[in-house]
Design a protein around this ligand. Structure first.
Ligand code: UD1
Length: 355
């Protein structure tokens, strides 16, 4: 059985790694890894391959940065001949990035069977590029692996046959559980309490008024608690574009963290402020309060069972929530363990795929 995994962006790597490892246990499986090159920096890509024990990709399509149209089209154009020649039995795609939907389109049009890991998540907000990627990828997939039961409900509502859908749990948590012990040697220099911030979504950081307000809010918060802010390349660029360095001077702005560094800093944080999807899940698992600067989430289980609070794009609310937390006026959230987020999701996927 010939399986191709397609990855491209930072959040794909920690999802593909455990599935790759789990499939190695099956002697009939031959695996190939394709990197689209959507993320290409050492800090956004290579370091993740090393820390996650992912092999060097068999192929790198080197598509690099561009508009959504350019990036998606370049992946489709370069992946087409590859799949036509290799004729994989299965293509596995992960999450909701442009590389995911591009590979899904190529596989589906060639009649190659397609499996989607992290299927069924919905924000119900089509202004989010990832939502479009999710809906299209799920419609094209032959096997859909969901991390939580809301995913199964969403897929049923969209008319996808339940026979194709398997609730397996969260593969990203498989990686977290495996690597948490190794992360312990990182973030040694962390202060006793601090706020960890990550922001990279175009809807947030490409808006000069909003980003300025964010930096002003964080600068005020930093008078109460140190603010640690590893920067996605897009966010670093925008801070430079709009001369926000003076405000930024009050915060600890750092290059992007590696996987193990970020995991270690998350584990030690007093709270996390983010607009990422995966961070809502990781903080929920770690029991660290998370404030999400988005109006919606495709991961509602992080609110109902986890530590996530959606604050929208309301920075007054964010500041009020943080002050409440720092004043000790927030009772410890009773974090319930999320069903099937148990470190075994990728084993379940490997078993289903091979049978
Ligand atoms: C992509 C995903 C997003 C995910 C995020 C994680 C899509 C639609 N979006 O967004 O869902 O949360 O990855 O990071 O696929 N850049 C570099 N070096 C890199 C990669 C990017 O400098 O290694 C810069 C480039 O200027 C690029 C910009 O970052 O134009 C944005 O990269 P891109 O891959 O287009 O989207 P992300 O914002 O990273």
């Amino acid at each position: 059985m010939n399986i191709f995994h397609v990855v491209g962006a930072r959040p794909n790597f920690m999802k593909a790694a455990p599935v790759w490892q789990a499939l190695r246990a099956y002697h009939q499986v031959r695996q190939s890894l394709v990197h689209t090159g959507q993320h290409y920096d050492e800090a956004m890509s290579d370091v993740f391959f090393r820390q996650l024990d992912l092999p060097t990709p068999d192929v790198n399509l080197e598509v690099g940065a561009g508009t959504h149209a350019q990036q998606t089209a370049a992946i489709i154009a370069r992946l087409g001949p590859l799949f036509e020649e290799a004729r994989p039995d299965w293509v596995i795609v992960y999450g909701d990035v442009n590389s995911t939907v591009a590979a899904a389109l190529v596989a589906a049009k060639l009649g190659v069977r397609l499996a989607h890991v992290e299927a069924g998540l919905r924000s119900f907000d089509r202004s989010m590029p990832e939502e479009i990627n999710r809906v299209v990828t799920d419609q094209l997939s032959d096997l859909l692996f969901t991390p939580s039961s809301d995913g199964n409900e969403n897929l049923a509502r969209e008319g996808i046959s339940p026979a194709k859908v398997h609730l397996v749990g969260n593969v990203m948590i498989d990686t977290l559980i495996r690597l948490l012990p190794r992360a312990r040697s990182f973030a040694q220099e962390a202060p006793p309490s601090f706020l960890l911030v990550t922001l990279h979504r175009a809807a947030n950081v490409d808006d000069p008024v909003f980003l300025t307000n964010v930096m002003e809010t964080l600068a005020r918060v930093s008078e109460r608690i140190p603010v640690i802010f590893p920067l996605h390349p897009r966010t670093r660029q925008r801070i430079a574009d709009w001369n926000l360095e003076a405000l930024a001077g009050r915060l600890r702005l750092l290059p992007p963290f590696s996987y193990l560094e970020f995991l270690a800093w998350q584990g030690k944080a007093t709270a996390v402020v983010t607009d990422s999807g995966g961070v809502q899940e990781e903080t929920s698992f770690l029991g660290v309060p998370c404030y999400t600067l988005r109006d919606n989430t495709e991961r509602p289980v992080t609110i109902t069972l986890g530590t996530n609070t959606l604050v929208g794009r309301d920075l007054d609310r964010l500041e009020a929530e943080l002050n409440k937390l720092l004043n000790g006026n927030v009772s410890q959230r009773d974090v319930k363990s999320i069903p099937l987020w148990d470190g075994k999701a990728s084993e379940r996927i490997a078993s289903i795929l091979t049978h």
